[in-house]
Design a binder for this molecule. Sequence first.
Ligand SMILES: [Zn+2]
Length: 703
Amino acid sequence: MIIVLPALLLMAGLLAGGETTVSNETTAPPQTAQSAIPAELKDRLKRELAAKYGEAQRARIERGIEQAAGLWRADDGSPEAFAAFARDNFIADPAALSENFQHFQYAFEQLGGYLNEMGRELRHWTDLDVGPLLPIDRIFAAYDPGAHLIEDLFSNKAGFIVLLNFPVTTLEERLKEGGKWSRRQWAEARLAQQFSKRVPAEVNQKISTASAEGESYIAEYNIWMHHLVDSQGQRLFPSGLRLISHWNLRDELKADYNDPKALAKQHMIAKVMERIVTQRIPKAVINNPRVDWEPFANTVRPAPKEEIETVGQASLPAKDEQAGMPVPQPEPDTRYAHLLATFQAVRLADPFSPSMPTHIARRFEEGRELPEARVEQLFKDVLGSPLAGRVAALIEQRLGRKLEPFDIWYNGFQPRGRYQEAELDAMVAKKYPNVAAYQADIPRLLTGLGFTPERAKYLAARIVVDPSRGAGHAMPALRRGDKPHLRTRFEKGGMNYKGYNIAVHEMGHNVEQVFSLYNVDHTLLAGVPNTAFTEALAFVFQARDLELLGLAKPDAESERLRVLNDFWMTYEICGPALVDMAVWHWMYDHPQATAAQLREATVAISKDIWNRYYAPVFGRRDVVLPGVYSHMVNLMMYLPDYPLGHLIAFQIEEQIKKGKSLGEEFERMTSYGSVAPDLWMEHATGRPVSAQPLLRATEAALK
Ligand SMILES: [Zn+2]
C-alpha cells in the first residue's frame, strides 16, 4: 500500500469529494451553490475583454469567465470586485501565460512537497517503531497541515487566477483530445483540475464523519466462530476464533479447503455471509461470545457458561440483548443505514462540483479517469468470458465435487511454497538484522531485478528505509530534493519473511515514486494515472521476492497455477465491483430511500449480478454473496479498483516480459507521469487498458 496524506490527494485531484467517511441527519435536499455573479455581468465582461484582446482570445475569455464566476461566492467579493479581478488577472500574452504557468508549477511542487514532508514528520512517532507512543503523538498524527490549502488558495485568489486562465477539462475532453495534447497542455489540465470544485469545509466534515462512523461499525463487526453450532449443536470452529466480516470470514473459508471438515465449515461461513447481506443475522450474535447461533435455522440461545470466551477488548451488547429468544431480533438494517448515510453526505458535495455533479462521476472521472461504461465493459469481458466455465470445470475436477457458490473463493491453485516459512524467516533475519542492512542491500536488490548498476545506485540514494510500527507502507516524496520512504517491520531478531515480502512490494512503489517525480518533464504530471497502476507496479517487484533471495525462479507449473489463481480472483471480484456500482446508481435514483429499501435493492442487485454471470457456471441461482464486501459500507465505491488492479498488473507484467530488461521497461513506463490511463498504457505497452492480457494468459494456462 501507499500512504498519501489527504491534503495532497486533494492537490493531486485524487480525492473524490473527501474520500473518507456517515451521519444520517441530512435528509434535507442538498444545499445549492449559487454563483454570486449575475449572467448579465459575465456577458458584459466577455464582450469587454474580447474587444480588448481580440477575437483570437474569445474562447479562452469565455471559458475563463465562466469557470471563475462559477465558484465565486458572495464572501469572495461583490460582482464589481469580480469584474475588477477579471480585468486585472486575465493573461492574454502567451509568453506571460507561460511564465505564470511555470511559477504555478514551481509553487505547487513546493507546497505539495513540504506539506507532505510536514505530515510525514508529524507522524514520525506513530508510523515508526522508534519508541513508546505518547498521547500527543496521536494528535500530531491526526493533524493535517494541508487541510485548508485549496480553500486558502481560493481565498487569496490564486485559485481564481488559475480558473480565469487555464481550462478545467472534463474527462470526455481529456480522453477525446488528450492524445493530441502537448505535455504542457496535460500539465495545465492537472493544474486547473485542482480547482474544479470547491466543497465547503462543513460538507467535507460531514463526509468524513459519515465514513468514519461506517468504518467503526465495520471494525466491530466480528463473528465468534466457536459459537456457531450446526443442527446437531456441534461446534465446528475452535474457541477464541473471532473473525471480522467480511475479510476474516472469507480468509477462513479459503483456509478451510485443507480441513477435513471443509464442506461443513464453508457452508456455515457462506450462510453467515448471506445473513449479513440480507440482514437476517440476529443482532445478538454480532461481536458477542455469550450466545450460540445456529445460522441455518437462525436460532440463538445463551452459550453454556464453560464455552463463554474471554472477550478482551471486544465491546459487548447490553445484557438484555444476549438472552435466548425464540425469534431473535434481526440486525435492524444498520449496514444499509451506514451506506445510506455516506451517500447522503457525499451528495452534499454535488452542487459544489459543477463539472462532475455526482459522486459516481467524481469517482470515475477524477479518481480513476476511466469512464464508468468502459470500466463496466472491462469487468464484463472477464465475467462473460467462456474461460470462466473452463476454469470452473478444472476446479470441480481438483475438488472432486460439483461447485458450491462459495467456491468463488477457491484458492487451491495457489502453488504450495517449496520453502517453509520458518526456513525463509531464518534466511531473511540473517540477511537483514536491521534497517541499515536492508538499506545497504538496495543496490544489489535492484540490479538483481534488472536495473543497471548506475540506475540502482541512483535509486538507492533516493529511497530511505524506516522501521515500521504497522505492517508497512511506502510514502512518496512530492518535491524534488525530498525522498520516498520505505517502511517495513524489523522484529527483535531481524526482519522476517513477511516483512521482507512487504519491503520488496514497497520498494516497487518507491522506485516508481522516484522515477515518476524526478524523471517527468513537468512536476504537475508527477505520479501514475491511478491507484490501480501504483499497486500493479509494486506487484511486479513483489512477485520476484524469492528470486532476489537467491532461491529458484518459479517453474512453469507454478507459473501456470499462479495465472489460473489470478484469473479466478479477478473473476470473483468483478461481481462485487459491479454490485457496488449498481447500488450507487440505485441510491442516486432513489435519494429518499430508507435503509430497508436499500437492503432490498442491494439483495436484488446482488442476485441479479450472480444470476447473470455466475449462475451459468455454478448452476445455482439467487446467491447474494457478491454483496458481502464490507468496503461497500463506508468506502464509497472503492471496489472497482481491485479488478482494475488485477487487469493492469497483467498488462504491465506481459510488457515487462517482452521488454529488454525489467529495469529499462520499468523506468520507461514510470517516467511518463500522470496522464489518462489509456494514454499511459498505450505509451507503456502499445495498447489501451484491456482485459486481454489476463484472458490470453489464462487461455494459455488452460492448455
Ligand atoms: Zn501497495
